[in-house]
Ligand binder design. Structure first.
Ligand SMILES: [Zn+2]
Length: 232
């Protein structure tokens, strides 16, 4: 199995950047590693011109990130599995993202890597355009925000351990702006805990909605809403 680890899709989310540096210094057999957005990493910012993870699928690339997304398109296709590392400032928010039609092996990998939640991304991002790519979101200061932790995980990748467990599958629903948050005085939101009926109605939503990335300064909105689908 050929595996690619991506860090620095967002240049200010350091886990993947540190992990790629470690894998380049001290490689693990069968695992390649690249920095997705080196210019943003050097500047220590999320992106330079356009958010790289919103720059996939653009017909006529103009920004540096849109051109870089085209380069990554052909690199990513050379691998069986791609693990794309991100950070969030929201505590207890560890989860994975996949595309709607992702390879089923990604669910097994998510289980094996110890995750409880997988979210289908429906907006333009690396997961939507690459069925082999699992994006990994780790809360900063979590025990999993650690290069040595992920090196140990990567060394055991594919050994089939813990595949018997199940995970909660959600789908991206919408984003909540800071203005909506302040106007409606939403309170006590916690990652993956379903909104009450009142908050769901205020937002004009329906179904089992839960918030993630609550108040994280890494994202330009107050929270992301996800909708529960099923256990897989
Ligand atoms: Zn990110």
């Amino acid at each position: 199995m050929k595996v690619l680890v991506i860090g620095g899709m967002h240049g200010n989310e350091t886990l993947g950047i540190r992990l790629v540096a470690s894998l380049i210094d001290n490689p693990i057999n069968g695992i390649d590693a690249i920095i997705a957005n080196p210019n943003a990493v050097r500047a220590g910012v999320r992106y330079i011109e356009t958010d790289l993870n919103r720059s996939f699928g653009v017909q006529n690339p103009v920004s540096d990130e849109e051109k870089r997304a085209c380069e990554l398109d052909s690199i990513v296709d050379e691998y069986d599995i791609v693990l794309d590392f991100h950070n969030t400032q929201t505590p207890t928010n560890n989860c994975c993202f996949v595309g709607v039609d992702c390879l089923p092996v990604l669910y097994d990998q998510a289980k094996q890597l110890g995750f409880d939640v997988v979210i289908e991304a429906t907006y333009d991002c690396i997961n939507k355009h690459h069925t082999n790519t699992l994006s990994i979101e780790i809360s900063v200061d979590d025990a999993w925000d650690s290069v040595s932790y992920w090196r140990r995980r990567l060394e055991r990748l594919g050994d089939g351990a813990s595949i018997g467990k199940s995970i909660q599958l959600y789908r991206f629903d919408s984003r909540v702006t800071w203005q909506q948050f302040e106007q409606n005085r939403f309170r006590d939101w916690r990652p993956f805990v379903e909104l009450n009926n009142n908050d769901t109605a205020v937002l004009g939503g329906s179904g089992r909605l839960a918030p993630i990335f609550i108040g994280s300064k890494f994202t330009p909105y107050y929270a992301t809403l996800i909708r529960y689908i099923k256990q897989v």
